[in-house]
Design a protein around this ligand. Structure first.
Ligand SMILES: Nc1ncnc2c1ncn2[C@@H]1O[C@H](COP(=O)(O)OP(=O)(O)OP(=O)(O)O)[C@@H](O)[C@H]1O
Length: 240
C-alpha cells in the first residue's frame, strides 16, 4: 500500500530539563498540502518546527521522512534531504545583494534544484536582485528568506510565523507567494501562524496544539468553527 505521507511524527516528546514542552505528539503530513499549526503562546509550535527540521532532537518518539527515521539527523542533513525552514525574524545576509542571498541558499540542499528564475518570479524579487539585502523592507526580507529556502531545493518547507509584522495588503501578497510555491514546485508547506483568518485561506488542514499536546487536526472550516478551539486555544487577540 502506498502512503501519501511525506513526514510522520510518532509519539514525539520534547523535554527541557524538567519542563515537558511537547508530549506524545503523533500526526502525518501529507505530500503537497499546506498544513497550518496554531495554538496559544507557549503551546510548543516553534519547538515542534525545530523537532521536524533538526534544530532540536526530540527526547522521545521519532520523526519519519518518507517512512525513514530521521530523528537524530541534524538540520544540515535534513536540508540535503529536502527539508527547509524559514524563521519568524527574517534572516538575510545584509552585506550581500538579494541575488547573492538566493545563491547562498542554492549552495546548500541536496541534488534537486528548483529553477532559479522561477524562484525569483515567485518571490517577486526580479526588480531588486542587485539591491543590498540590508536595505530592503520587511516583506522583501521575508521574500528573500523564502527564496533562499526554495533555492535549497526543498520538498517540504517549514515556516515559523511568516506573516508576523506584515500589514493586511502584505499578508495577501505573501499568502499568494506561498500558494505559488506550491503550484510551481509542488512543495509541502507547514506554517505556524497566529493570524488564523489568513491561515484558513491558505491551509488545507490546521493542527492545534496546546501545552505541547495534540488538540485537533482537520480542515480549517472544522477547526476554526469549533467553539472550544476558538475560545480556549486561538482567542480573539490573535485573529487578524
Ligand atoms: N530551549 C528551551 N529551554 C527551555 N524552555 C524552552 C526552550 N525552548 C522553548 N521552551 C519553552 O517551551 C514552551 C514552548 O515554547 P515555543 O517557543 O515552542 O512555543 P510557541 O507555541 O512557539 O510560542 P509563541 O506562539 O509565543 O511563539 C515555552 O514555555 C518555552 O518557554
Amino acid at each position: 500500500m502506498t502512503s501519501n505521507h511525506i513526514m510522520s511524527l510518532k509519539a514525539v516528546g520534547m523535554r527541557f530539563g524538567s519542563f515537558q514542552a511537547l508530549s506524545d505528539l503523533s500526526f502525518d503530513i501529507d505530500a503537497g498540502e499546506v498544513l497550518g499549526v496554531a495554538g496559544p503562546n507557549g503551546a510548543g509550535k516553534s519547538t515542534l518546527l525545530n523537532v521536524c527540521t533538526g534544530g532540536l532532537c526530540p527526547t522521545s518518539g521519532s520523526v519519519l521522512l518518507d517512512g525513514q527515521d530521521i530523528t537524530a539527523l541534524p538540520r544540515h542533513s535534513r536540508c540535503s534531504r529536502g527539508i527547509a525552514m524559514t524563521f519568524q525574524i527574517p534572516t538575510v545576509i545584509s552585506s550581500l545583494t538579494v541575488a547573492e542571498n538566493l545563491l547562498v541558499g542554492r549552495s546548500f540542499g541536496g541534488s534537486h534544484r528548483h529553477d532559479f528564475d522561477a524562484i525569483v518570479e515567485i518571490a517577486g524579487l526580479g526588480d531588486v536582485l542587485g539591491a543590498d539585502a540590508g536595505t530592503v523592507d520587511l516583506l522583501t526580507r521575508k521574500a528573500i528568506m523564502l527564496g533562499a529556502a526554495l533555492a535549497t531545493g526543498p520538498r517540504i518547507v517549514f515556516m515559523d510565523e511568516p506573516l508576523g509584522g506584515l500589514n493586511a495588503d502584505e499578508i495577501k501578497r505573501f499568502v499568494r507567494m506561498i500558494d505559488r510555491c506550491r503550484q510551481a514546485f509542488g512543495v509541502t508547506v507547514v506554517m505556524v501562524e497566529h493570524k488564523t483568518r489568513a491561515l484558513a485561506e491558505i491551509a488545507d488542514r490546521i493542527l492545534i496544539i496546546n501545552f505541547g499536546k495534540f488538540v485537533c487536526l482537520d480542515r480549517p472550516s472544522v477547526v476554526l468553527n469549533d467553539d472550544h478551539v476558538v475560545e480556549i486555544y486561538l482567542g480573539k487577540k490573535h485573529d487578524a
